[in-house]
Unconditional design. Sequence first.
Length: 153
Amino acid sequence: MPTARPGVLAVMLRMALVALALAASPARGQLPVVELGAGMHLIRAELAADDPSRVQGLMFRKSLGQNEGMLFVFDESTTHCMWMKNTFTPLSVAFLDEAARIVNIADMTPQSEESHCASQPARYALEMRRGWFAERGIGPGSTIRGIAAPARK
């Protein structure tokens, strides 16, 4: 009876683990979408409100629509940080406080593990394609409409 070589078994095991991870992660379009507003601009943002969706974020996306983004809702206000590991689309991230006011915005480079952090405690982060906020004159102090305060744990 033929036997598999250890290298082949290791490759097969890795492939099985990757398949399981992909099956367990939310596929594009499965996250709820919320409509937000910034000034006169409408935003359609996927909602990342639990650990798995926050970890996945916009990883592996090849593109992002003109007014599309992702809203990260954190369990508590603190100095959250974002990175771009396995993220192919250039993004800007706006960190927002409990009142949905922008505290700071950072431009992020695709596939970078550089941390971009809130300059003060933030409850939310809104990722849009890079330059979206600047092109519309939206900056620190601006409020994002449509964010409902999550229930306290």
